[in-house]
Structure formats: C-alpha cells, structure tokens
Ligand binder design. Structure first.
Ligand SMILES: [Cu+2]
Length: 152
C-alpha cells in the first residue's frame, strides 16, 4: 500500500513537472496513406507531456476518396473491430464512422488522393499506458491500415 501511494505521488509530481509552466504543448504527428492501401507508419508514439496532439493525414495517391479513401481513427485497441464494423454501415458520407460513437476518441474525415486533413486530440482524452490503435475505417482497410498509438 505504501509503495502504491508513493508511486501515485511520483506520477502526479512528474505530470506537474512535465508541464511546469502550464503552457500548452501541441505535438504534431504526420501520417500518409497511399493508393496501395497502406499507411507509412506502423506506430505512433506521443510523449505524455503533450497537452494536445495534432494529427495531419496526407493521401499521396491519385485515386478518389470513393475508391481508395482514407481516414485516421483513434480508439482503444479493444474497440477497433467494433468501430470498423459499424463504420461500414455508417456510409461514406459519414466518413465510415457511426454517428456519436463514444468508442471513437478522434477521427478525421475521409480523403482521396492528393488531399490532406487533420484532427486535434486533447491529451485529456488519453491515458498513459493504455493500448490504443490508429486505423482507417474505410471498408476493408483496417485489417492492413492500422498501427499502435502509444501515449506516455
Ligand atoms: Cu483507408
């Protein structure tokens, strides 16, 4: 019990030290999808002292969004299959994300070749050490287009 209390105290101390001036630390992440249904990253690691994470998604291909669209969806790893499955039914106009899906931490719209989009994720929505996965919810893409998202 004593050890637990001590490590909790240390954690909060580190959290304060990590943002000693109360300043916002916006961390930027870039990721690119292509016409071969691939992301250029298998893993994204973000430091725990980021107050928000700005993810910019690029599509380096030429195919239109309806044929080879990509988005960036962030969720707990355990929720990915369910979100992807419900996303198929949600349809293209809804970016293949079910409206109001509370399991989705953040997502971008779907883009096609040559386009760019972004989303900002407040760090308050993330917990250090939790297993997160980023993926594309375009039907059929999440099996390949996914990777680990590490916070902390
Ligand atoms: Cu995709």
């Amino acid at each position: 019990m004593k050890v637990l209390i001590r490590s909790l105290a240390l954690c909060s101390l580190l959290a304060v030290a990590g943002n000693a001036f109360g300043a916002d630390k916006v961390c930027k992440v870039d990721i690119t999808g292509n016409d071969a249904m691939q992301f250029d990253k298998k893993e994204i690691a973000v430091a725990a002292d980021c107050t928000s994470i700005e993810v910019t998604l690029h599509h380096s291909g030429k195919l239109p969004a309806q044929a080879m669209g990509h988005n960036f969806v962030l969720a707990k790893t355990a929720d990915v299959a369910g979100i992807a499955s419900d996303g198929i039914g949600a349809g293209f106009a809804k970016d293949h994300v079910k409206a109001g899906d509370a399991r989705v931490i953040a997502h971008t719209k779907i883009i096609g070749g040559g386009q760019t989009t972004s989303v900002t994720i407040p760090a308050s929505k993330l917990k250090a050490g939790e297993a997160y996965t980023f993926f594309c919810s375009f039907p059929g893409h999440s099996a390949i287009m996914k990777g680990a998202f590490k916070f902390g």
